[in-house]
Write a protein that binds this ligand. Structure first.
Ligand code: DGJ
Length: 694
């Protein structure tokens, strides 16, 4: 007998089907199907032929492919007995629970006494499908690998796009070609990492940012993932994503995958990006005070590093507030004897040498300037040179002779006594001081991957959030080393990168927008000479790049010239008057005909206004700018567009593109098909164009 299930939203349908009580296969996933589609016929139509050199029937590419059913590729579940002997699951249908937009499938393996459970939820508004799997056994077993429900990948495309990166170079796109065998990404660092952002995009033939079919995935877990994109000998392709393999150290009776977020788009990669951006903002992040505008940040790290002096910090805070900052974040260096990065992590007591009467004088001063106060912690870490390590060396994770990272070890977050120590320390600081924000750092990889560590970190975060529900948290890990929807369920902002170099940021922000909305993506105007790249960039470029996301400042404001202060104030004023709609807007990546231009269009939810940021990264090969085509507009509507930083036009721009002089009215059709003609500009500069529906 065949059983089929379908889940739909307005743009996509996913159909699962099975026969003979076997685990189901995704037999269709793509544009929404007609309501009357006969799923049994669809199931039969999906079956592929058999020819010479094959088994007599094609093994199912099910949601958890089983070796016991002759599956020729990677299995979806690998488990062992506690004596190390392999277990070979073979599941049979037990029950399906169908609710609106949700399907839960329960399968049993009676011989091994296992239950396998897969859940799918489709969000009608964001178009994101959330799926997860779990396995329960009647006795403790070892888990080697459990994939979130497995889906077939489209065969009408040749590219696999995944992500790599490094410190100060997050969100690099990798395009590899499908070929027989496996594209295997495995993150064994124990945190989400700069190196392996858990995202995957499968464009179909001809897909661009703005058009065509594309599938995309994001795995919402902060302990490292494994991704397999495999083409089988028969041509079928499968995607398996789950926790990195063998990171469950102990035998247990229940294991679960993290949530896999996926979506199909019929309007290019932007369709996937918008789905993830909206899902992150509206379904994943919880905002303590959603009605409050996002404040402009000032972070003192690159101004003072570990040299905290109260009077100096007050002076900096005053200058930052004059520039328009609304929240002051006191970074590393305020606790223990933290005079450099070799010591004191875990000694979470205010350093009375630097703050003789505690943090109150600084906090009160910051408040008197009208700013909120945030503070830096790195809770999961410990320096061997710390009082806490001297008292509790057994709290550190891993061997004593392990390689340190930034002179530090990781605390074993699976230990309840470690979590309660951290909870007590952090909550004392938060209760004794008027603090509304934590920058939560994580500056090294684990000595070995361990899922219990991630669960321990989540538990501490959850407990703190329950107790201090009004405190917002920023996830930082040497910049963007812990960015995923698992951590975003517990935080409200990510520090995308330690690079404040606007040129590097321009591309990183562009790529990260496939998953992250502007409202969670921190971006700061850094020092004139960037501390991590040595590059000197003009203040206009630095300010506009930061204004594309959640704006902040991180330079020493005492270095600013009068002109630089004016630019910063002006851009900040612009940002403040646009932030409310921009934070609900969709970021649409534009397909620039000029590869030196990295451009995006932030379009309001109701489509009545937009802003285009066209960043010029390098000098173009041709002489004058190519037209830049916009997207997502109504072809039959008229829009007024205006270049709002016309004053940045250079003497070398000697012609008369109309936008240099005045706003103009053009149709959506013109803007999307012909594109806008921008004035000539230097590299490392940004044009900002506002559009309004007439
Ligand atoms: C790494 C972070 O990414 C920086 O922004 C800063 O907070 C330092 N750690 C402090 O040690």
């Amino acid at each position: 007998m065949t059983i089929c299930w379908r889940l739909d939203d307005s743009r996509q349908t996913i159909v699962l089907g099975s026969e003979k009580d076997h685990l189901p296969e995704v037999v269709y996933w793509g544009p929404r199907l007609h309501e009357d589609e006969d799923l049994d016929v669809l199931f039969e139509a999906h079956s592929i032929d058999v020819t010479g050199g094959m088994l007599d029937q094609n093994p199912e590419l099910s949601i958890c492919p089983e070796e016991t059913r002759s599956f020729p590729g990677q299995p979806g579940l690998v488990v062992r007995n506690t004596d190390g002997s392999p277990l070979l699951p073979k599941f049979c249908f037990k029950k399906a629970i169908e609710n609106e937009n949700e399907l839960e499938l329960i399968y049993e393996d009676q011989q091994n006494s296992f239950t396998y459970n897969a859940t799918f939820k489709i969000d009608e508004i964001t178009h994101v499908i959330t799926s997860f799997a779990n396995i329960t056994a009647s006795r403790p077993i070892y888990l080697q690998w459990l994939a979130a429900p497995v889906v077939p990948a489209p065969q009408n495309g040749e590219d696999i796009i995944d992500f790599s990166g490094r410190w100060c170079g997050e969100f690099q796109l990798n395009r590899t070609k499908w070929s027989p065998g496996i594209r295997h990404r495995e993150n064994r660092t124990g945190r989400t990492g700069h190196e392996h952002f858990p995202g995957l995009i499968l464009p179909c033939y001809g897909a661009t940012n703005t058009s065509g079919h594309a599938y995309a995935f994001h795995y919402g877990w902060s302990g490292g993932h494994r991704m397999i994109a495999e083409e089988l000998p028969d041509g079928r392709r499968q995607i398996q994503i789950g926790n990195a393999s063998q990171i469950e150290i102990e035998p247990k009776m229940k294991f679960e995958s993290g949530p896999l977020y996926s979506t199909f788009s019929d309007n290019g990669i932007n369709g996937c990006a918008v789905a993830f951006q909206r899902h992150a903002r509206d379904q994943i992040v919880s905002w303590p005070k959603p009605e409050n505008p996002r404040p402009v940040h000032y972070n003192c790290w690159e101004a003072v590093y570990f040299n905290h002096d109260l009077e100096e910090l007050k002076d900096i805070a005053k200058r930052a507030s004059k520039l328009g900052a609304e929240r002051f974040v006191l970074d590393d260096g305020w606790f223990g004897s933290r005079d450099d990065d070799t010591q004191a992590l875990s000694d979470w007591e205010v350093d009375l040498r630097k703050y003789p009467t505690g943090l109150t004088p600084l906090i009160e001063y910051v408040h008197s300037l009208g700013m909120g106060f945030g503070i830096w912690f790195e809770p999961e870490m410990i320096n061997p040179n710390s009082d806490v390590y001297r008292a509790h060396p057994e709290w550190a994770l891993g061997n004593e002779d392990q390689i340190l990272g930034r002179h530090q070890m990781v605390l074993n977050m699976a230990l309840p006594e470690v979590r309660s120590y951290l909870f007590e320390r952090i909550s004392t600081i938060l209760s004794d001081n008027a603090i509304d924000y934590i920058k939560w750092d994580h500056n090294r990889v684990l000595p070995m991957p361990d899922a219990a560590q991630t669960r321990g970190s989540y538990a501490l975060l959850d407990e703190l959030r329950q107790t201090f529900s009004e405190v917002e948290i920023e996830s930082c890990a040497s910049g963007g080393g812990r960015i995923d929807f698992g951590i975003l369920k517990r935080t409200q902002r990510v520090w995308l990168s330690d690079s404040n170099d606007a040129l590097e940021r321009l591309l990183m922000q562009h790529n990260a927008a496939i998953f992250l909305p502007s409202v969670v993506t921190g971006s700061h105007v850094g020092p004139r000479k960037c501390h991590t790249s040595g590059r000197e960039l003009d203040i206009r470029f630095r300010a506009w790049v930061a204004a594309q996301r959640h704006l902040g400042f991180e330079m020493d404001p005492r270095e600013l010239t009068v002109e630089e202060m004016k630019v910063l104030r002006d851009v900040t004023t612009w940002w403040k008057s646009n932030r409310d709609w921009m934070f609900n807007a969709d970021i649409l990546r534009l397909d620039s005909a000029d590869s030196s231009v990295i451009a995006e269009q932030q379009l309001s939810r109701d489509g009545d206004r937009f802003v285009v940021f066209a960043g010029k990264a390098t000098t173009s090969t041709q002489i004058v700018p190519r037209p830049l085509e916009l997207t997502g507009l109504n072809p039959n509507s008229m829009y007024q567009i205006e270049l709002i930083n016309k004053e940045d036009c250079l003497g070398l721009s000697r012609g008369n593109p109309i936008l240099k002089y005045k706003p103009i009215k053009l149709s959506g059709s013109y803007l999307m098909n012909q594109g806008i003609t921008l004035p000539w500009s230097f590299p490392e500069s940004m044009w900002v164009l506002e559009g309004k529906l007439l």
